[in-house]
Design a protein around this ligand. Structure first.
Ligand SMILES: [Zn+2]
Length: 410
């Protein structure tokens, strides 16, 4: 501190303090007025006393500000509400969708959490979503995740691709269910990673290890090491998850090249079960640099509002499985059942080396009957473990202290 500035500084310091005090007083009085006005506004007009009516007139600015806030709150609430089209409207809309699917030259599908809810992977931000549950301090069980299997929607998309009606699928889901439905890798971009894949980036090109369990239990924002190592170079393996606040750079399974090319060629984009809040930020997926008439037509299936609704050719408020079932009916196509024996994860998976058997505590996807492996079953007790970290806990537990640190227990 400069001594010479002593006297001059002290008077200006006093002024500053007085100014600060005045500001605090003003804020307190404003808060008092806000509380008063809010209380009066809650009453029906007829029930307000003369004095209260006069107070409203005196604080007109505050009344207006509070009304503006109320409008904003209502809009926000409406955007979060789940809306369902009635049966007739749904059928009507789906037949329009069927026409678009039949006549599309290059149909690209964008998927989000909503297509996996039927697989008992809870939605993120819906009324019963994981985010909401964690906000309320409730636990989400890890067994919810490991038991998930491709849904009717996953199987329909796979069929539509097989029949060449869908050219590419871009998903923000990390649950690996598109891959497990049998959709070929070249037709898939998993923009936020795949919970079953770990990679060695020391090998060139990066070497992939598909596993039949969630590889992400130790990983979190900027910490991607899975605790296992590459059998070729000994390098540490990392997960492929793109956490909130990160930019995904892995070529696979993100396949940004495939996603960008697909969007460029697309004349129809079908969005399924995504709030689009994250996807909308990826400019190259929407051809926004083209004039409106040259952009792909948007068909959106989601129960809640999305930021792309105003740009959509058609918005369908329905559950993905319900809409897809109707769509396949309209298209006169069979919906294949998910068959575990054909789940590619079992043929893609690299078995763990004996010394790695205890490197994780997540439940292993049980192989189909007749293909059981012979490693000892050590995963039986993990069923009720709450999710602590990994791709599913990412972001949601932001600001919440981890109650248990069992990371090194395994
Ligand atoms: Zn390696």
């Amino acid at each position: 501190m400069d001594e010479d500035a002593g006297t001059g500084g002290s008077s200006s310091r006093a002024e500053k303090k007085a100014l600060q005090r005045a500001k605090i007083l003003q804020r307190e009085s404003e808060q008092g007025i806000f509380k008063l006005v809010a209380r009066i506004l809650k009453k029906a007009e007829a029930e307000r006393s003369e004095e209260e009516a006069a107070a409203l007139l005196r604080h007109r600015d505050t009344v207006e500000e509070l009304c503006r806030r109320q409008v904003r709150r209502n809009v926000l609430k409406r955007k979060q509400e789940e809306v369902f089209d009635d049966a007739e409207e749904l059928k009507n809309k789906v037949s329009q969708l069927a026409e678009a699917v039949k006549h599309a030259q290059h149909l690209v599908v964008y998927t989000g959490a909503g297509i996996s809810t039927a697989a008992s992977i809870p939605d993120y931000r819906g009324p019963n979503g994981v985010w909401t549950q964690l906000q309320k301090g409730r636990a989400v069980s890890a067994s919810d995740l490991s038991k998930a299997e491709p849904t009717l929607t996953h199987m329909c998309i796979r069929m539509l691709h097989k029949e060449k009606l869908v050219q590419h699928v871009v998903s923000q889901n990390c649950d690996g269910l598109h891959l497990r439905s049998g959709l070929p890798r070249h037709a898939l971009s998993e923009l936020h990673g795949n919970m079953f894949i770990e990679v060695c980036t020391s090998c060139s090109p990066a070497r992939e290890y598909v596993r039949s369990f969630d590889v992400t239990e130790r990983t979190s924002l900027h910490r991607h090491g899975t605790g296992r190592s590459c059998t070729h170079c000994g390098g540490e393996l990392r997960d492929t998850i793109v956490h909130f606040g990160e930019r995904g750079t892995l070529e696979q399974p993100l396949n940004w090249k495939g996603a960008a090319e697909a969007a460029k060629m697309a004349d129809v984009i079908l969005c399924l079960g995504s709030s689009l809040k994250v996807l909308k930020k990826y400019a190259c997926l929407w051809c926004m640099n083209r004039p409106v008439s040259k952009r792909p037509k948007l068909y959106i299936i989601n129960l809640q509002w999305t930021p792309k609704d105003d740009l959509a050719t058609l918005k369908i408020h329905g559950k993905c499985d319900d809409v897809m079932r109707l769509l396949m009916e309209e298209l006169n196509m069979q919906i294949p059942d998910y068959d575990k024996a054909e789940d590619p994860i079992f043929s893609l998976a690299t078995p763990l080396r004996p010394e790695e058997e205890s490197s994780h505590t997540r439940e292993v996807i049980a192989p189909p009957a007749g293909q059981e492996d012979h490693s000892p079953d050590t995963q039986g007790q993990t069923e009720a473990t709450a999710v602590q970290g990994g791709w599913f806990g990412r972001g949601y537990s932001k600001g919440r202290k981890k109650k248990q640190k069992k990371k090194n227990a395994a």
